[in-house]
Design a protein around this ligand. Structure first.
Ligand SMILES: NC(=O)c1ccc[n+]([C@@H]2O[C@H](COP(=O)([O-])OP(=O)(O)OC[C@H]3O[C@@H](n4cnc5c(N)ncnc54)[C@H](O)[C@@H]3O)[C@@H](O)[C@H]2O)c1
Length: 437
């Protein structure tokens, strides 16, 4: 199979590299020349564990190449995947489809034979219909099928997720396209990963429903955590107590500072917009979005309170060390990270922020220039009144707490990921607070 991947970001690059590892010939396209130039010399434009080796192996085998020349890459392809971004449209929360449609128009002009065009980007119901319209208007008379194939990988575990997915969802009723998609995913098919064939609109909705459900699960346990704090219960035990029930399941039941990242915030909003357009409200998701937004700001207030402040007052001139900036560990992705809202509320209150993150600081620097970026956790904590664990990177799981407390001016620790047993933190001299315990 000859596969062209349009967009070489987190999803396009991982999917392209994995498809080439299955034995297909893959060309990854991006309009960002810097990204392609980096890839051509073996430098990864994103941090994703294992990606550099996977890319290097398949480039060396001659199955994976990179280009900015979309036209040449599309010519002769059996399947063209669209994996460009679909961020929230500024102002209204609808998915911004301008990148998808721009890519579709470019693809249309480059098509030179029968081809299957696959949207891997997360797109609202009906987008495939519009992609098909554009192609049939601009692409001449070649047989073209448009398929929805949403991606469910998690950043930080993307390669494993892609190669051992819980399921592959393929939205098309076109028999030839079904066969092409079956051939592309054959290695996984042989591994007995379930392939679910659905209508295109159903497939588009599955992705949003999945993300909205997961966001709901997180938000649910976060509210239960608040209740635990109020009644003197322990949310970790509650999570275990409900998660062992097979009907509930233990995943996504870790209380924390609220969900963030490149998918849940924008996808929940986009689902609500679709629901609004079709006059079919999804009230649970409306509540989830509102609760989560409030929560991120509440986390800033929680840190301020631990500093001895009240609301946003009384902490001017204090210093806080933030450990972890990315929205989760093992990625450099800062999109909609809870740290952004927390740091902003601290800066607004006149607090000096020192921060460390193993992979996210380069991107964070551009987004939060007022923050002092530090060498490691101990450097960040130097002279701080409080330390807040915002992202549970492994290196923050085994800190020398006595040493950490020793370099600080104050002794507050706000553990927003429940990394430490309260007794350990207290033994090291910390005035410790966490989530729902
Ligand atoms: N990041 C995730 O974990 C994840 C998981 C599942 C699904 N998704 C979905 O996948 C899609 C892509 O997400 P991402 O995180 O990889 O985005 P990204 O921003 O990392 O990558 C998108 C890339 O597309 C490129 N691009 C845009 N228009 C182009 C064009 N016309 N031609 C060539 N390149 C073009 C951009 O330069 C960028 O490099 C989104 O719809 C997202 O919702 C993301």
């Amino acid at each position: 199979m000859r596969i062209t991947m349009i967009g070489s970001g987190y999803v396009g690059l991982v999917s392209g590299a994995c498809f080439s590892d299955f034995g297909h010939d893959v060309i990854c396209v991006d309009k960002d020349q810097g990204k392609i130039a980096a890839l051509e010399v073996g430098r990864m434009p994103i941090y994703e564990p294992g990606l550099d080796t996977l890319v290097a192996t398949n480039v060396a085998a001659g199955r994976l190449t990179f280009t900015t020349d979309l036209k040449a890459a599309v010519a002769g392809a059996d399947a063209v995947f669209i994996a460009v971004g679909t961020p929230s449209r500024r102002g209204d929360g609808h998915a911004d489809l301008s990148y998808v449609f721009a890519a579709t128009r470019e693809i249309a002009e480059a098509i030179d034979g029968p081809v299957v065009v696959v949207t891997k980007s997360t797109v609202p119901v009906g987008t495939g219909d519009k992609v098909e319209e554009i192609l049939s208007e601009l692409a001449g008379d070649f047989p073209i099928a448009v398929v929805s194939n949403p991606e469910f990988l998690r950043e930080g575990a993307a390669i494993g997720d892609f190669k051992r997915p819980d399921r592959i969802v393929i939205g098309t009723e076109d028999a030839r396209a079904q066969q092409v998609m079956r051939d592309i995913y054959r290695p996984l098919y042989l591994n007995e990963s379930p392939i679910l064939f659905t209508g295109r609109r159903t497939s588009e909705l599955i992705k949003y429903a999945a993300n909205a459900f997961l966001a709901t699960k997180i938000t649910f346990i976060n509210e239960i955590a608040d209740l635990c704090e109020a009644v003197g219960a322990n949310v970790q035990d509650v999570s275990r107590g409900i998660g062992l029930d097979n009907r509930i399941g233990s995943k996504f039941l870790h209380a924390g500072p609220g969900y963030g990242g490149s998918c849940f915030p924008k996808d929940t909003l986009a689902l609500l917009k679709t629901a609004e357009d079709y006059e079919t409200p999804v009230r649970i998701v409306e509540a989830v979005v509102q609760v989560n937004d409030n929560r991120k700001r509440a986390m800033g207030r929680k840190v301020i309170k631990a500093l001895g402040g009240d609301g946003a007052n009384g902490v001017k001139g204090k210093t806080v060390a933030i450990l972890g900036l990315t929205f989760k560990p093992n990625t450099d992705d800062m999109r909609d990270a809870p740290s952004l809202a927390i740091v902003q509320s601290l800066l607004d209150a006149g607090v000096t922020v020192r921060a460390h993150d193993p992979e996210g600081m380069e991107i964070a620097r551009g987004m939060m220039p007022e923050v002092t970026y530090c060498r490691d956790a101990y450097d960040a904590a130097e002279g701080a009144d409080a330390v807040a664990i915002v992202t549970e990177w492994d290196i923050y799981r085994a800190l020398d707490l006595k040493r950490l407390a020793g370099v600080m001016t104050g002794n507050a620790m706000i553990d927003l990921r429940n990394v430490y047993p309260p007794a350990d933190a207290a033994r090291a001299g910390f005035a410790y607070s966490s989530i729902g315990r």
